[in-house]
Design a protein around this ligand. Sequence first.
Ligand code: P5A
Length: 448
Amino acid sequence: MSDDNSHAVRRSQFFLPTTKETPSDAQIASHRLMLRAGMVRQSSAGIYSWLPLGFRVLRKIEKIVREEQNLAGAQELLMPTIQSADLWRASGRYEDYGKEMLRISDRHDREMLYGPTNEELITEIFAGTLRSYRDVPKTLYHIQWKFRDEVRPRFGVMRGREFYMKDAYSFDLTSELGRVSYNKMFIAYLRTFARMGINAIPMRADTGPIGGELSHEFIILADTGESEIFCDQDLIDMDVMASEVDYAVDLQPIVDKWTGLYAATDEMHDEKKFEANVPEGKRVCARGIEVGHIFFFGTKYSEKLGAKVNLQNGDERAVQMGSYGIGVSRLVGGIIEASHDEEGIIWPESVAPFRVGIINLRQGDNACDQSCNDLFIKLAEQGVEVIYDDRSERAGGKFADMELTGIPYQVIIGPKGVEKGVLEFKNRKTGEREEFSSDALFSRLGIN
Ligand code: P5A
């Protein structure tokens, strides 16, 4: 919602290039639907422009991520996308990162790179600014574009080369306190994904090029997912009751409830343990989409880059660190993968580009136009995010587009209803249709 009217648009003026054709190169539903719904447009392999509809969803997801990070005590900053190669040489990762890293040189032939992640840069910031044990704990995050020159960019925004990530970094005095910071992010992630209407299950994961011993991936189950996973059915059914969580209390028992049940990605899977810990009827082997990944790696970066604090007794100690990623752009595809049908996307309300769509069945008919216009203006004034399909198209095309773009509530207005003084209200998710007077509609939408 905003005070600039961008929350209320007329379809005839809105840039929304939907298509009926199924793009031939898109192999999975979310990729097909994002292209067909005019959300993104590929500019080169694994690199996308976000068109207005897609951009609205990206911003919605980003906002939820930001709110939950702030609530968990993390502080937002913004680091650049371009980093210096020397910083990565200091951590020893410059060579390790291999071909996935996009290397660039500037006009002075200085070696730069487009950041694939920011452990080095944030550690350098810490090292250059903080020095006392009183300066920790700190958790800092940003939401910024990343670049990884993936061998096989595919599935649209799911495995892009340029992608939007939230990455947070924690700094603590001891590994026990580092674990407290890790737990806060663990809970923040459960809350974040629950708010987006998706079930993302934490699973023991490999740490890859980031490093460290302790790591969890948050995975949405989907047949088209790239990761193979093994878990206990009870985890899938577990309710995210973390909504009431108070970050000041000991979170370990809550985290233990989740990590106590078996769940692991392919790399960490141990068949013997799986069989010993999970009763046969509850063993789930499935595929999933990794939407978040958290790591605790102790002093791996702080030692090398000099992120040390002075203790009370005058000694110096390298800080204990963790890093915490969420694939913000990947989530757009991930949510669609988890929530769509034959006709199109079914947005959970919290991330929908618009909450209400108005369909005028007889554009040009005075009574219909007036009724739609009145409703549109009223909803706009009330701050409801609304798209009004006021094009001179046939009704079939308008219905199809509204289903495709996944707007949670449709209000359908035609000559018969106008005559009777009723509006047809359709729930995209359930398909349920009801007839309402305009007052009843407002109360159904929770507005006066
Ligand atoms: C954690 C934050 C990291 O990079 N460093 C900073 C750590 N982890 S990660 O698992 O490699 O990435 C974090 C999340 O980013 C998303 N992601 C991607 N999204 C789209 N396209 C890609 N090519 C891509 N690679 C990673 C994932 O959601 C991942 O969990």
